[in-house]
Ligand binder design. Structure first.
Ligand SMILES: Cc1cc2nc3c(=O)[nH]c(=O)nc-3n(C[C@H](O)[C@H](O)[C@H](O)COP(=O)(O)OP(=O)(O)OC[C@H]3O[C@@H](n4cnc5c(N)ncnc54)[C@H](O)[C@@H]3O)c2cc1C
Ligand code: FES
Length: 519
């Protein structure tokens, strides 16, 4: 998964030669180009739409994604675009793709130019007098952006304990940490966007109290701000390692951009690193530090990395990929103590290290919700519209536990795309759109040139079905319980991953099984 080659285009020149109308059947997509830009034609019944073929998130090739009859879905991180308007309806893409005019002449389809078809905001029935968003991460940013996109004109305030404006958090353990992503990739929006969009962004400020009866919040500088509607999106915080030496300055955690910059700074001086935890973040950090040529040791209590989420087969393969890149594993081990130049494991092994990065999990930031008496059950409980137990208070992202239709369970996950989509859905629902949240959870994780995509949610399973080949990095792995597929992980099977997500969202168990069985 890499950025598309900006210059290369393929398929017919839709401006000059066009394409036979009969080549594009109903519900299909066709890739061509116009004025040097990749263009996708999509047929919806008798109407053919033209839209840009490059995803506005990381440049994914939309022609290799899926048209589900309504939306075009990106193969890389599953953003959804509306062919009629180019709007990025569902994150992680936020910006629209361009739209093109399509004409039919002599049985052929031609693109004749670009056209602007701004998405018409839904009529706003009764809207809150103002919105306060607590948290400037994935969910908070996506909610603020969606409120404005929907034409909401009243005050929007985002209060964020982070000193940085909202940024691309997944990148800070991947390309950014590896030193292969420029700074300008990181902010989700340029700084002047907030002013232009009239989003009042208060960074480096913490909300310390919620007062639902007075519909107001208190900030750490003593200010009180009133709201018409409140979105709680405080995310999660890393769990601290509790061993002697864990407070030493070379022991670092990774949640914020500042954390990432600190690790980068230390990595430029360090030679050997110990990563504590073989989770997604831990292993992404290991990969990034290897790219920086540090010697890297991973220490974790489980026998196989990521086994709890991905199962033994895929977990072993992830380990092999890292070993091929020189990472050394100490599995079935925990840290006993840390000194300035070494880490001692429970079995007595001493590993030299002048940098230690801890990634042993996170805890949702639920203190405000608990103090306020909102319903909390291993997460802030919300209904399918993302509403909490208190009037006019919504929740989104890592803190929220929502009722998932496909699995029939209440879920709380720590996924970027879910957090952004929660934020978008909460914003729409604050404006009275009453759209239940039905997106099947999705996350991705990158390890060197191997990217794993995961759709659905399986906490436990009694059967794993593997289609394709894990060693060949071409596989679809289904996690099943009582004969039902709960989740699917894949490598280089993006179209199948998308098809599974659509089927899950439609509650179509038979369709999920058919994809998993290769039918
Ligand atoms: C390094 C890293 C890499 C990741 N990579 C991936 C990935 O590849 N794929 C994936 O799917 N997921 C990934 N994730 C997970 C993903 O980033 C999170 O699920 C997502 O950011 C959650 O969004 P959120 O808005 O709920 O919380 P966050 O993005 O954490 O934002 C919460 C915000 O709330 C603020 N806040 C907290 N308390 C208060 C308060 N009292 N007052 C005001 N502000 C407050 C915080 O400062 C922060 O700005 C990664 C996470 C990390 C840390
Ligand atoms: S590149 Fe399209 S969703 Fe990420």
């Amino acid at each position: 998964m890499s950025e598309t080659d900006g210059g290369a285009v393929s398929g017919p020149d839709l401006g000059t030669e066009g394409v036979a109308s009969s080549e594009l059947r109903d519900g299909a997509m066709l890739l061509g180009h116009f004025s040097g830009e990749p263009v996708l034609l999509i047929r919806k019944g008798t109407v053919v739409h033209g839209m840009g073929a490059k995803c506005t998130h990381y440049g994914g090739p939309l022609d290799q994604g899926l048209f589900d009859g309504s939306l075009v879905r990106c193969p890389w991180h599953h953003a959804c675009f509306r062919p009629e308007t180019g709007e990025a309806v569902h994150a992680p893409a936020i910006d629209p793709v361009p739209c093109y005019t399509v004409e039919q002449r002599g049985g052929r389809l031609f693109v004749t130019g670009t056209t602007s078809k701004p998405a018409a905001p839904a009529p706003l029935a009764s809207v809150p007098a103002s919105v306060i968003i607590v948290g400037g991460g994935a969910a908070g940013f996506a909610a603020a952006e969606m409120l404005r996109r929907q034409g909401y004109q009243q005050p929007v305030t985002v209060i964020s304990a982070d000193e940085a404006a909202p940024y691309d958090r997944p990148n800070i353990s991947k390309d950014y940490l590896a030193g292969t992503a420029p700074e300008e990739w990181i902010p989700l929006r340029p700084t002047d966007w907030y002013q232009k969009s009239r989003v009042d962004l208060l960074t480096g400020r913490r909300v310390v109290r919620l007062m639902p009866d007075a519909r107001s919040v208190e900030l750490d500088d003593g200010r009180r701000l009133e709201y018409g509607a409140l979105l709680l999106a405080m995310g999660a915080s890393p769990i601290a390692l509790d061993v002697p030496g864990a407070e030493l300055p070379h022991v670092r955690y990774l949640r914020t951009l500042r954390d990432s910059r600190t690790i980068i700074e230390r990595a430029t001086q360090a030679r050997r690193a110990v990563v504590v935890g073989a989770s997604f973040i831990g292993l992404e950090v290991a990969a990034s530090l290897r790219t920086r040529n540090l010697e890297v040791h991973v220490v974790a209590p489980e026998e196989i990395p990521m086994q709890r989420v991905l199962g033994a087969e895929l977990g072993r393969s992830v380990r092999e990929v890292h070993e091929q890149h020189g990472v050394r594993f100490h599995m079935g081990q925990t840290v006993a103590s840390i000194a300035e130049q070494s880490v001692t494991l429970k079995n007595g092994t001493r590993v030299d290290a002048d940098l230690v990065v801890v990634g042993i999990g996170v805890r949702p930031n639920l203190e405000l919700a608990e103090q306020t008496g909102l319903t909390v059950d291993r997460g802030l409980v919300v209904d399918e519209y993302l509403r909490t137990s208190a009037p006019a208070i919504w929740a989104a992202g890592d803190i929220a536990r929502w009722p998932d239709r496909y699995t029939g369970s209440a879920l709380r996950v720590e996924h970027w795309v879910v957090a952004e989509r929660h934020g978008q859905a909460a914003a729409r629902n604050m404006l009275g759109q009453n759209q239940p949240f039905t997106a099947a959870p999705f996350f991705w994780s990158a390890h060197y040139d191997v990217t794993i995509s995961y759709v659905g949610y399986a906490q436990a399973w009694d059967d794993v079905k593997i289609a394709g080949s894990i060693p060949d990095r071409d596989c679809l792995v289904a996690y099943r319980k009582n004969g039902k597929t709960l989740a699917v992980a894949s490598i280089n099977r993006d179209a199948d991953s998308l098809r599974v997500q659509v089927a899950m969202e439609r509650g179509d168990i038979a369709a999920v099984e058919a994809i998993v069985q290769g039918r």
